[in-house]
Design a protein around this ligand. Sequence first.
Ligand code: GAR
Length: 202
Amino acid sequence: MTTSLGVISSGRGENLRYILLAERSGYLPSQVKLVLTDQPDAGALKIAREFDVPSLYLDPKGLAREDYDLQLAGHLDAAGVELVVLTGYMRILSPAFVRHYKDRILNIHPALLPSFRGMDAFQQALDHGVKWTGTTIHIVDEEVDHGPIVWQVPVPVRDDDTHESLKARIQRAEHRAYPKAIKKFLEERHKLVGRKLIFEKK
Ligand code: GAR
């Protein structure tokens, strides 16, 4: 069975590209039905066009968060979206939106949560001097970078890393990790015990 995805992005959209490639190769049992963005020049729009996926820029200017999110949800529902996938979406979702898609929104964050939540996780990791950081795919709840964890991949930090070199290494890991986490979430039976997501053994 194919699951309908809706992707929301504010940026480059490289994670979207890797999700679409994973769908087209048959690895992912899903189909991106709609790409939404809050940035008129988001790379995600170009990638959606490249892959012939419907996409839409929705201007948030002058709208309260709840009203903007109602628009997002209207478009996602109309497209029949079952799972919302955030790829570099930099706005905080309203509680009403999160409740509407309860346990059906995934996000990727460029750190091993709960470390380095919020903005510029790369710089936070460098400033803290950690030897390992990584990427986390998690279910979105009403707190930022907080919900139950689906999958994590560690990435080493080198002594001579710059912001750019560390970011590039983490993002390479993300491009493999996000399709893998979506596949796991869609194909493996799981249950939530508190905030712990438990995948049943096959
Ligand atoms: C990714 O590194 C993702 O982890 C990060 O934005 C980038 C999006 O890249 N997300 C966050 O920082 C959210 N807290 P992309 O636009 O190329 O997919």
